[in-house]
Design a binder for this molecule. Structure first.
Ligand SMILES: C=C(OP(=O)(O)O)C(=O)O
Ligand SMILES: [Mg+2]
Length: 426
């Protein structure tokens, strides 16, 4: 296989910020493109997203340097060379960059090329992207964990915690799960409207009302589940990502939006214990901050046998940081975001590590997304069992749901819906 053309350009993500799109042609015939997403509540150890910093363009957020690296150095290294597979391509990109965090060429430049190559290889082999990423006889369709109430950095409202998701797990298929989730989402909208709350949405498409407390977010979602005709816990459970690294300040958790006060790690732990025992919560992501490893250990020791504890900011999809976390008994699940690490190969390595150590892995979008649907294929390819990709009213999130609906139809009897088993304690 030879890359016969490679071109990048600056396009926009769902927040209207520039991002990198790369277009690759293999053997002059197979052309594919990929666009990288972008986070807002990013982990400190994520691979570096290169931004121009030129305040005259897009308030410093342009990505022309990263685009230039694809069109210049990266093209020069790749064009017309024999590249047998993804691992070989990603090795060249990593070595060319030469830094531990992809800060020279930019993880946005590198990942766009890495994903576009995977797609072009799939075309060249005449197989779907999910089969190119991992080939199995049968696949697992993921439970869509739909973020129906947004807070934290993803919405200008009164809620401290970033994501309140519903997981419609008691379904026979992905198609049915989506219907259950959307019915609940639309019922939630009616309830919010009747209570006089705004029904405008946050970055990931969940509603962003000014609720009176963080608990009210859970209570109102439970009300919507019941009103939509489903049983909380049996049919639809709740997942939360409070994104607590954003709250961590001088050794305390500052709830700056709701109570203008702060909690110690023991107090925050108490809050999670109460919530997990009181509500049908099956998954808690980033329940402690990335720089609070002691808090994470306490959280895992206390709740690690009751609920899926997902590490996002603390692991950054990075196999060596994750390895350390495993050794220290932190979490029982890892969030997977391709752009936190910057290549397809390293993402798959991290997933492999999770499998070896019996951790769950949860595939995720970013709060700044695009029409690129690679994560839908990644979730199916790796039989991850669950995916979070927003809610039911923003095109860049719906694009992933629609891709999953098409994959399920295409696979027919070669797929089964994950159901509640997707979560570590079902
Ligand atoms: C998706 C998330 O948000 P962001 O993309 O802003 O990091 C997250 O924190 O899990
Ligand atoms: Mg998170």
């Amino acid at each position: 296989m030879k890359i016969t053309s490679l071109h990048a350009r600056e396009v926009l993500d769902s927040r209207g910020n520039p991002t990198v799109e790369a277009e690759i042609t293999i053997d002059s015939r197979f052309q594919a493109s990929a666009i990288v997403p972008s986070g807002a509540s990013t982990g400190e150890k994520e691979a570096v997203e290169l931004r121009d910093g030129d305040l005259q363009r897009y308030k410093g957020k342009g990505v022309l340097q990263a685009v230039g690296h694809v069109n210049g150095e990266i093209s020069y290294a790749l064009l017309n060379k024999e590249i047998p597979d993804q691992a070989a391509l990603d090795r060249i990109l990593i070595e060319l960059d030469g830094t531990p965090n992809k800060s020279r060429l930019g993880a946005n430049a590198i990942l766009a090329v890495s994903i576009a190559f995977a797609k072009a290889m799939a075309l060249a082999r005449g197989i779907p992207l999910y089969a190119q990423l991992e080939t199995h006889d049968t696949y697992v369709m993921p439970v869509p964990c739909m973020n129906v109430i947004n807070g934290g950095r993803h919405a200008d409202n009164s809620i401290d915690f970033q994501e309140f998701m519903i997981a419609p797990h008691r379904a026979h298929s992905f198609r049915e799960a989506i219907r259950m989730g959307i019915e609940t989402f639309q019922t939630l909208k009616e309830i919010l409207r009747k209570k006089g709350y705004v029904t405008a949405v946050g970055d990931e498409g969940g509603f962003a009302p000014n609720l009176s407390s963080n608990e009210e977010a859970i209570e109102i979602i439970l009300e919507a589940i019941v009103k939509a005709g489903y049983a909380p816990g049996d049919d639809i459970s709740i997942c939360i990502d409070p994104a607590t690294s954003e709250l961590w300040e001088a050794g305390r958790y500052v709830l700056f939006k709701s109570m203008k006060g702060s909690l110690s790690r023991d107090e925050l732990l108490d809050l999670w214990v109460n919530w997990v025992r009181q509500y049908p919560i099956v998954l808690l992501e980033d329940g402690m901050a990335e720089n609070d490893w002691d808090g994470w250990k306490m959280l895992t020791q206390t709740l690690g046998n009751e609920v899926e504890l997902v590490g996002d900011d603390i692991f950054c999809t990075n196999p060596s940081i994750f390895q350390k976390g495993i050794e220290q008994g932190i979490a029982n699940s890892i969030l997977i975001k391709l752009n936190q690490i910057g290549t397809v190969t390293e993402t798959l390595q991290t997933i492999q590590l999770a499998r070896q150590h019996h951790y769950k892995y949860f595939i995720s979008h970013r709060s700044g997304e695009t029409e690129d649907t690679t994560i839908a294929d990644l979730a199916v390819a790796t039989c991850a069992g669950h995916i979070k990709t927003g809610s039911g009213c923003r095109g860049e999130r719906i694009a992933k749901f629609n891709r999953l609906l098409r994959i399920e139809e295409e696979l027919g009897h070669r797929s089964r819906f994950a159901g509640k088993q997707a979560f570590i304690f079902s």
